[in-house]
Design a protein around this ligand. Sequence first.
Ligand SMILES: [Zn+2]
Length: 158
Amino acid sequence: MRAYREHIQDLSGMRRLLVEHFPVALLVGLGGYGWTGDWLCVPVALSTGWLIDVDHLFDFGYYVFRYYPNVDYRLLNNGGYFKINNKVFVPFHSWELTLLVLVGGAVAGEAVLGLVAAAAHGAHISQDQIHYRVRGFGYFLISRALSHFRLESFCVSS
Ligand SMILES: [Zn+2]
């Protein structure tokens, strides 16, 4: 386990984003499949627990929008655009979305799929909360919006 963690930390930004959440999301999806026999649990868990890091492209797009044509595309790999923007949007990294998926699944008559989606999403945000030293309410979209998405309001040390 320790070797795996060290390997993850050695990977560069985007590659690490693709690898670090995959095992947990897959486990949640397989757990849902084992519980219900519904194979949709796997792609649903991977979508909400793994692929949500695609929202980093929103923040990178904000950087490109502000600095084009003087854009350093290497920043996409190390997340340096967060510091330059001095903002953190990551709209999919929100506990509000976890709740929305849970309630939406129940309302749509797919309570178990909603629960699997919410569990995978919550696991992803919890991992990020610990790894990136985010403030207590940092992963609430409302909290980020109230602080105008400022980086210093998001991280414990920035
Ligand atoms: Zn993430």
